[in-house]
Write a protein that binds this ligand. Structure first.
Ligand code: ADP
Length: 603
């Protein structure tokens, strides 16, 4: 017998479980059945692809039994099983890094945590919500030795060699007094019907008379016709495959017949999966061939920008022993993928048109991922552009490109945008002044991904896009004004020297004295950030300071500015403009000193 300590994260999770943060305790059974079903899936696959397993004869099934008096509940399967090493690996640690970092992020605040925990799969450890002791007896199909894992969920577990005739896993729960209700025929039947009706293996309950009675439909839900299924069936199946505690936003159930036969059932969750922006995210779509599970680890069944989609692809025309390695090049899968993307994007478009509020909710959660498609899925670029929502200088809420175009002023021939990281700064950018005055709407690209994605969009539906920071306006300043301010500009240039690329007059400002813009050929602020994140060293390009000749500051400076005042003003104006653009100041103390001197003088 050997004693082991749980990994820290497991202890945290167990602590949460035992202190029953999660009010919906009955889901432990769904989790254990789902594990059993996965174990059966894995063995089915081996039987089909590996000679060694062909001889195995036990039918794939799950059996639940209970003892009311002793408060015992047992769940057995004839699946892939575990040996001692597997047990240490699987039942003592949390392997999935997404889940691990999620647990690390828990706050310790019971209420918040229990809400969070409903959003991810609690798995095997949820058995400790109802059990004071858990025993896992297991044997792998081609191994002689069986193993028993035992824990009371108190920081450690034990593993010892054991006897087991059938291969597979048997989990025994020693129920807590307050959870004895689960050792009950009626209760078990109801839970199984609710959560596990459509797992593709039969579940039997051993009744009073010792007979095995099948208590689920064991039909692959995705193969049933829509008319046979109720909304509730779809929702519960979603919860089973996604471990989400919330209902899905929508589902798309398709049966394709003809040259290519397949079934797909896709779900869009309401909330972004916790690992959506992790490089090691878990794919959400499982591949089946002729109802037989093949893999849930293939990330290319759908394009990566649709990695929030959960569901099932079941192909009729693939060989059962299709190797996981060649899946990506498989022409049938490529066709299914293409048709599926079309279908999913089509449904999202319908949602956008028919239920704006729901769509906005979806976009807030998943929009960033969806945007990646704009540069990675050339074929669907137009469709994806139609699905984008943006904030705008001219209205509350979101606007689409189409709506922007419909509201364009007569004579306006461009879609204008401004890019940056801070919505509030963008909304108050001096660059917007002219557009506001003229009643021209400007889109606010304030998502980090916009800086990568939007430069690849040169036009929408024939109308070019233009970054308003790149619009050059100096040409519009009259010769007379230029002459008038020539000496002020020369003095400022002499003072600011190398800290600016240029100083010039502009017509684009109304209230603000000045604005900084960048040379079109220099990388913009967002792009610089990306280059840095990629580990490149970037010397920030120097700003061009554009000044507003109509502003009082410069009118007065031109009339009567002495040298010292001009020097201070040059710096203060530049620093203010930099702040408005979200840039950092080189020397805050210097800015304060100059500003204070000017204030003192003004008094
Ligand atoms: P998850 O199922 O999300 O991976 P769990 O904590 O529920 O997480 O289970 C951890 C691992 O333990 C599983 O991935 C699987 O490898 C193993 N496991 C759990 N239950 C069984 C079972 N009935 N048969 C075989 N392996 C199992």
């Amino acid at each position: 017998m050997s004693k082991h300590e749980f990994q820290t994260e497991v202890n945290r999770l167990l602590h949460l479980m035992v202190h029953s943060l999660y009010s919906n305790k009955e889901i432990f059974l769904r989790e254990l059945i789902s594990n059993a079903s996965d174990a059966l899936d894995k063995l089915e696959y081996l039987k089909l692809t590996d000679e060694k397993y062909k001889e195995l004869e036990q039918p794939g099934k799950i059996v639940i039994s209970f003892d009311k008096e002793k408060k015992l509940l047992t769940i057995s399967d004839t699946g892939i099983g575990m040996n001692d090493e597997d047990m240490v690996e699987n039942l003592g640690t949390i392997a999935k890094s997404g889940t691990k970092s999620f647990i690390e992020s828990l706050t310790g605040d019971a209420k918040k945590d229990s809400h969070l925990i409903g959003q991810f799969g609690v798995g095997f450890y949820s058995s400790f919500m109802v059990a004071k002791k858990v025993e896992v007896l297991s044997r792998k199909p081609l191994e002689e030795k069986a193993w028993k894992w035992v824990s009371e969920g108190d920081g450690s577990y034990e593993i010892e060699e054991a006897q087991k005739e059938d291969y597979g896993t048997q989990i025994t729960l020693y129920l807590r007094d307050e959870a004895e209700e689960f050792a009950d025929e009626w209760r078990i039947k109801r839970i199984v019907e609710k959560y596990s009706n459509h797992i593709p293996f039969p579940i039997y309950l051993v009744n009073d008379k010792g007979e095995e009675e099948q208590i689920n439909r064991a039909s692959a839900l995705w193969r049933l016709s829509k008319s046979e299924l109720k909304d509730e069936d779809y929702k519960e199946f979603y919860k089973q495959i996604s471990h989400d505690s919330e209902d899905p936003l929508l589902w798309i159930h398709t049966r394709a017949e003809g040259t290519l036969e397949y079934y797909t059932l896709f779900y869009i969750p309401k909330r972004a999966p916790i690992d959506l922006f992790r490089v090691d995210y878990q794919p959400g779509v499982k591949l089946y061939v002729k109802r037989v599970f093949i893999t849930d680890e293939e990330r290319e069944l759908l394009p990566t920008y649709l990695r929030f989609v959960r569901g099932i692809i079941d192909a009729e025309d693939l060989p059962l022993n299709v190797s996981r390695e060649i899946l990506q090049e498989n022409i049938i899968l490529t066709k299914i993928k293409k048709a599926s993307v079309k279908k999913i994007l089509g449904e999202l478009k319908k949602l956008l048109e028919n239920d704006r509020e729901a769509y906005e909710g979806f976009f807030r959660e998943m929009g960033k991922a969806l945007k990646e498609g704009i540069y990675s899925d050339f074929e669907n670029k137009e469709k994806l552009l139609d699905l984008m929502l943006f904030k705008s200088s001219a209205r509350e809420g979101y606007v689409t490109f189409r709506e922007y175009k419909e509201a364009m002023k007569e004579g306006q021939d461009k879609i204008y945008y401004i890019m940056g990281e801070d919505e509030n700064l963008l909304r108050h950018s001096p660059l917007l002044e002219k557009y506001k005055e003229e009643g021209i709407e400007v889109l606010l690209f304030d998502d980090e991904v916009d800086a990568i994605v939007m430069p690849t969009v040169s036009e929408y539906d024939g109308t070019p896009l233009e970054n308003i920071a790149n619009v050059e306006e100096e040409g519009e300043v009259s010769e007379e004004t230029r002459e008038k301010f020539a000496s002020v500009i020369a003095a400022m240039k002499a003072e600011l020297g190398e800290s600016v690329k240029d100083i010039r007059l502009t017509n684009r400002l109304k209230e603000s004295p000045a604005v900084v813009v960048f040379d079109k050929n220099d990388p913009d602020i967002a792009m610089q950030q990306i280059l840095r994140q990629m580990g490149q060293e970037v010397t920030p390009p120097k700003p061009i300071l554009e000044i507003n000749p109509r502003h009082e500051i410069f009118a007065k400076l031109q009339e009567k500015g002495d040298e010292a005042v001009t020097r201070d003003i040059a710096h203060v104006v530049l620093d203010e403009a930099k702040m408005a653009a979200g840039l950092e100041l080189d020397d805050i103390a210097d800015f304060n000193a100059r500003l204070n001197r000017l204030i003192a003088k003004a008094i």
